[in-house]
Design a protein around this ligand. Structure first.
Ligand code: G3H
Ligand code: 13P
Ligand code: ZN
Ligand code: NA
Length: 280
């Protein structure tokens, strides 16, 4: 297997675009991501996220991506998203191409220590590591969020990157997971630029669902080279399912096909927006 995830992200950073990283939830959504990326001729990360693990486990989620690669003729980076230590180890054993270890809930020194252990194991296998500093809130928790407690601190980030040896850094700059009907995400663009400059590693922006196109472009211009997106694409899948299924409940397969096709088209649109089309 010859997918060099680190090289993909570093090249994107150097050339001023970002690689899309999209969570899959089943066979149809995995296919939608790969076919949408194929249509855009773009590199892509297919992510095994937190939600899918209790549903089917890491191994099945991994196997689905592998099989979809064969069926679509499009290869991708298989990436573990927001992993705990044990999940990272399981994913490394399966042969993923890239991992995220999420120790953002830990006290700073502990986050450093655990992330460093993950980096040692992953780098031994040639697998790059993403880690999180600062905390990225969920949309459900926005009411109780004091942003100052969530933002990534620049001095801490510099130390974190130096002492852990991670390859790319997930940052908290006003973003949240999910889409809010009432709160528009406001990104601290200067913090993004400073973090990119001071840490020297490509930055990862999570929670890209709900951001206007212009905001995405500006974040990329300031140093983000991997963009994580899930909710908006999942909603396209749901729209397609509902459009067909509302006509009658005897058509689950037709509904899932429509979900896949609508998600596929939106994946292509997003990867063009990220600047990664034509870069595969
Ligand atoms: O980061 C993990 C999940 O993708 C969270 O996304 O808030 O849209 O469920 P969600
Ligand atoms: P959204 O669901 O807001 O796009 O966030 C996805 C994400 O960050 C996955 O790690
Ligand atoms: Zn995330
Ligand atoms: Na979001």
């Amino acid at each position: 297997r010859s997918v060099d995830a680190r090289k993909l992200v570093y090249e994107a950073r150097e050339q001023g675009y970002a690689v899309g990283a999209i969570n899959h939830h089943n066979e149809e959504t995995a296919e939608a991501i790969l076919l949408g990326a194929k249509d855009a001729d773009a590199p892509v990360f297919v992510q095994i996220g937190r939600a899918i693990i209790p549903h089917m486990g890491i191994r099945r989620a991994f196997d689905i991506v592998r099989r979809s690669e064969e069926e679509t003729g499009k290869s991708c980076v298989i990436h573990l998203d927001h992993g705990g230590y044990d999940e990272v180890v399981e994913a490394l054993k399966l042969g993923v191409d890239s991992v995220m270890y999420d120790g953002a809930h830990l006290p700073f020194e502990e986050n450093i220590a655990t992330t460093r252990r993950v980096v040692e194991a992953a780098h031994f296998l040639g697998v790059p590591v993403e880690a999180e500093l600062g905390k990225i809130p969920e949309v459900e928790d926005l009411d109780s969020v004091n942003w100052e407690d969530y933002y990534t601190d620049v001095d801490e980030a510099v130390r974190f990157v130096e002492e852990t040896g991670i390859d790319y850094l997930a940052i908290s700059v006003g973003i949240f997971h999910g889409i809010s009907a009432t709160t528009e995400p406001r990104l601290d663009m200067e913090r993004i630029e400073t973090l990119a400059k001071e840490t020297g590693v490509p930055l990862v922006l999570h929670g890209v669902s709900g951001l206007p196109d212009e905001t995405v472009r500006e974040a990329v211009a300031r140093g983000v080279a991997k963009l994580n997106i899930d909710t908006e694409l999942r909603l396209k899948f749901r729209e397609g399912i509902e459009a067909v299924w509302s006509e009658g409940d005897r058509h689950l397969e037709a509904a899932m096909s429509e979900g896949r096709d609508r998600m596929r088209a939106e994946v292509t649109r997003k990867l063009k927006l990220f600047g990664s089309a034509g870069r595969a």
